[in-house]
Design a protein around this ligand. Structure first.
Ligand SMILES: NC(=O)c1ccc[n+]([C@@H]2O[C@H](COP(=O)([O-])OP(=O)(O)OC[C@H]3O[C@@H](n4cnc5c(N)ncnc54)[C@H](O)[C@@H]3O)[C@@H](O)[C@H]2O)c1
Ligand SMILES: [Zn+2]
Length: 459
């Protein structure tokens, strides 16, 4: 079983009428990959050369495509999974997504069309029943839409009540160590342990919030984790907890698997996704860490029900940021899918993933000038105002949703912190800005950037 599509093709499988051909290009675009419909012209080919010849050609074409180098997105023919060689190659080189459809819908979509295999309804239903187990056998995940496909390709599972299914959602069969803080353990520890069952061999309580992100905390976790290399760290909590537990997993035994179960809005739309883990050192936040993609991310929005309002506001700022980047309104699932796609495109943060820093250059300057007494979400809300101003765009979406107020910090300190935070290009500063076609990175003169920063500060 493939856990994600990081270094693999995405292969869409499913019955006739499931919508594979419709999904393949939009999905490829989201993932920044080439997309190919391997089932194009199938009906004509079948009519011209017959079914047997068609299957032989389909096998050649499909194997050739899947054996190729650069990870791409392919829509396979509905019957491709009946060929054993194709099933084997899917296991080897693809993350296989089943685009599921019920037989009624499939028949409605296909009846009366030109598909040779969709002439007779009884035969159509028989084929459906015959192939269904084969789709299930090859599929790494099942999906119904583009966001669902992106999430699955990133290893993200989104479902209300998923906490109670943790046992089946933690890949593998090895032992599990549950890591959480006292608050979250009190709220959800029992349910998590019950869902994990016998596999859960230890529970580790970490300090709450940013207090967790310290070397001493990780050191204690290293010394207490009872896992061997088949084990999995399950990190249940906000971004600080998943950053810390994820970093411990990245380093323990040179890396064991981990599963993120984000319990805050920040965690579900941002921190829990994409495999960046980190702790703080006296020299600064997040300065020591590792890229370590979680074996799975489990997003259960029901867990947000107990989140204090001030924590929710932190997440709202990142959600609004993501909406601005995407150019549309998004719910938690949509925002998670947006970030997941950028991270899949750029797992090591060398290109498009940087877009997620919209407004953050300013936010980091303000936070440092406030000795990190300013909540990140409030700093981001202010930073978004500045980014929109420099983009020449209306800032009403940010003002309406977040209503950020200028802060009283030392202007010069904020400016110096902003400069330290940025790789400078001469006197210009690289910023993520927002255009009509989405985000882009541009160098702006220092004076302009300083003026935008100053407008976020009072006194
Ligand atoms: N790795 C990344 O890509 C990434 C991205 C963004 C932010 N982060 C990091 O995330 C951290 C911030 O995370 P955060 O905003 O989630 O806050 P947090 O992790 O500091 O948690 C905030 C508080 O909320 C409580 N809490 C968590 N879930 C709860 C729930 N369901 N009900 C009630 N209380 C709950 C916790 O006990 C904690 O006290 C920062 O350290 C930041 O650097 C990392
Ligand atoms: Zn942020």
């Amino acid at each position: 079983m493939a856990l994600n599509a990081l270094d693999r093709h995405v292969a869409l499988v499913g019955f006739m009428g499931a919508g594979k051909s419709t999904l393949v290009l939009p999905l490829a675009e989201r993932l920044g990959r080439a997309g190919y419909d391997l089932d194009e012209n199938a009906s004509e080919i079948i009519r011209a050369v017959g079914m047997e010849q068609f299957r032989a050609q389909e096998m050649q074409r499909t194997l050739f495509a899947l054996e190729g180098g650069t990870p791409s997105v392919f829509a396979l023919g509905g019957g491709a999974v009946t060929t054993a060689e194709i099933r084997e190659e899917l296991t080897r080189s693809a993350f296989t997504l089943l685009l599921d459809v019920d037989v009624e819908t499939a028949w409605q979509r296909c009846a009366g069309g030109d598909r040779p295999l969709a002439r007779d309804e009884a035969e159509f239903r028989r084929l459906y029943d015959e192939r269904r187990p084969l789709y299930r056998e090859v599929a790494d995940a099942t999906t119904a839409d583009v966001d669902g496909a992106v999430l699955a390709a990133a290893g993200v599972y989104h479902e209300a009540g998923a906490l109670d299914r943790l046992g089946e959602l933690v890949p593998g069969a090895g032992q599990v160590a549950l890591v959480a803080d006292a608050t979250v353990l009190g709220l959800y520890g029992e349910r998590a342990r019950a869902a994990l069952g016998d596999r859960c061999v230890a529970t580790h309580e970490l300090p709450s919030g940013e207090q967790a992100k310290q070397l001493a905390v990780v050191e204690r976790l290293w010394s207490e984790l009872p896992l061997d290399r088949t084990g999995t760290v399950v990190a249940l909590g906000g971004g600080a907890l998943t950053d810390t537990a994820g970093f411990a997993a990245a380093t323990y035994l040179r890396g064991v698997a981990w599963v993120a179960v984000p319990t805050t809005l920040v965690g579900q739309v941002d921190a829990g996704l994409g495999g960046k883990t980190a702790i703080d050192i006296p020299q600064g936040k997040n300065l020591v860490g590792a890229f370590h993609w979680p074996a799975r991310v489990v997003i259960d929005e029901e867990l947000l029900g107990t989140l204090p309002e001030r924590e929710r506001r932190q997440g709202l700022a990142e959600l609004i940021k993501t909406q601005l980047l995407a150019g549309e309104e998004l719910d938690v699932r949509g925002a998670a899918a947006y970030k997941a796609a950028l991270c899949l495109r750029d797992p090591r943060d060398r290109g498009v993933r940087n877009w997620l820093n919209l407004g953050h250059t300013f936010a980091h300057g303000l936070e440092a000038a406030a000795d990190f007494d300013l909540p990140h979400g409030e700093a981001v809300a202010l930073g978004l105002l500045a980014a929109l101003k420099l983009s020449g765009r209306d800032d009403a979406p940010v003002r309406d949703a977040l209503d950020p107020k200028p802060v009283a910090v030392d202007r010069e300190r904020a400016w110096q912190a902003l400069l330290r935070d940025k790789k400078r290009a001469g006197d210009d500063i690289n910023l993520v800005l927002l255009g009509d076609d989405g985000p882009y990175v541009e160098r702006r003169p220092a004076g302009e950037v300083r003026a935008a920063l100053d407008s976020l500060i009072v006194g």
